[in-house]
Design a protein around this ligand. Structure first.
Ligand code: SAM
Ligand code: SF4
Length: 322
């Protein structure tokens, strides 16, 4: 289905939990976020019902996110059921990777099409400072290696002033591993209300010093807004997701469903359509479809990350799903 600006909406991010085994500084506030009561979370059957209704409107790609989606019990069964819905073309997962290795076999068997693993630094001490937990970047890197041997894998690194020296080592992972490495500008939401921003253009300039032959690739890659670059020495690509310094809203193809059932048309506004009352109030499929259509038609022309006073979204990223 097209929105009121003619953009075709094909992609839905499904957050299945706001809980997480990490506390990344740019994602969650220092004091943490009170977790959603179990009863307020959409059940897997409810998520599948939303997904089936979305498919009937032309949305056929889904990203399972959170919080940390792998902390929710039976996440693999949910992924299997989602992938098996008629009309679903692609199901991918975004994870911090820590719980991934023992689940990889099951996730592959469930039909998962790809994994994004978040890793902002290769330095173990810095990883602990950033995530406020006693886990290591080495553990995540082990998960990346295992995953890349089985599934299309992308590393997502948020660009932060304090990790500037990690950018080249992270990008170098794509010399030896078959992964894309993507750098994401930190968005000024929730815990990340800061004026310090490392820009993707600056990062790209540094990457071009390291790989002078880095060229933009023209063929479409992925579902999202990343601009991809390649150099002969690299097995995968390097991507830039520069939502803050460059708007790519004219190509926006997505909706987001929070774990409590708010269907969000845009990351930066606290607006959307509450699906949980419909799901629990006996709404029929057509009513559910109408609610999804309404969210698509509510999509604004653009986000407002550059006019921060207009941001009305005050939830943190773990509550939105990234
Ligand atoms: N826990 C999983 C993970 O970290 O991949 C999935 C949820 S997390 C909210 C999804 C993505 O949002 C991650 O890649 C994370 O780095 C990104 N993210 C969180 N806060 C962000 C912020 N303020 N700006 C940009 N990206 C952010
Ligand atoms: Fe958890 Fe992902 Fe947020 Fe880090 S970015 S705190 S791993 S939800």
């Amino acid at each position: 289905m097209r929105d009121s600006f003619g953009r075709e909406i094909r992609y839905l991010r499904l957050s299945i939990t706001d809980r997480c085994n990490l506390r990344c500084r740019y994602c969650m506030p220092d004091e943490g976020v009170p977790p959603t009561a179990h009863d307020d979370l959409l059940r897997y059957e409810e998520l599948l019902r939303v997904a089936a209704a979305a498919v009937s409107l032309g949305i056929d790609r889904f990203k399972v996110t959170g919080g940390e989606p792998l902390v929710r019990r039976d996440c693999t069964d949910f992924i299997r059921a989602l992938k098996a819905l008629p009309g679903v073309k692609q199901v991918t997962l975004t994870t911090n990777g820590l719980l991934l290795p023992p689940l990889l076999d099951e996730l592959c068997a469930a039909g998962l099409d790809g994994v994004n693993i978040s890793l902002d630094t290769l330095d173990n001490a810095q990883y602990q400072r950033l995530t406020r937990r006693a886990r290591t970047a080495d553990e995540v890197l082990d998960a990346v290696r295992l995953c890349a041997a089985r599934l299309p894998t992308k590393i997502n690194a948020v660009l932060l002033p304090e990790t500037a020296d990690q950018m080249i080592p992270l990008a170098e992972l794509t010399q030896t591993l078959s992964v894309d490495v993507r750098f994401i500008e930190r968005m000024p939401l929730g815990a990340a209300q800061t004026d310090q921003m490392a820009s993707a253009d600056h990062a790209l300039a540094r990457l071009r010093v390291r790989w002078p032959q880095l060229e933009p690739i023209t063929e479409p890659r992925g579902n999202g807004p990343a601009r991809y670059f390649h150099a002969p020495a690299l097995r995968g690509c390097i991507g830039m997701i520069d939502a803050v310094s460059h708007s790519f809203c004219d190509r926006c193809n997505r909706l987001r469903l929070t774990c409590t059932g708010l269907l969000k048309p845009c990351l930066c506004y606290d607006e959307g359509v509450e699906l949980r009352p419909l799901l629990r109030g006996g709404a029929d499929d057509e009513t559910l479809r109408d609610a999804i259509r309404a969210a698509i038609l509510q999509k604004p022309a653009a986000h407002c990350f550059q006019q921060r006073e207009n941001i009305t979204e005050h939830k943190s990223m773990n509550q939105i799903g990234g």
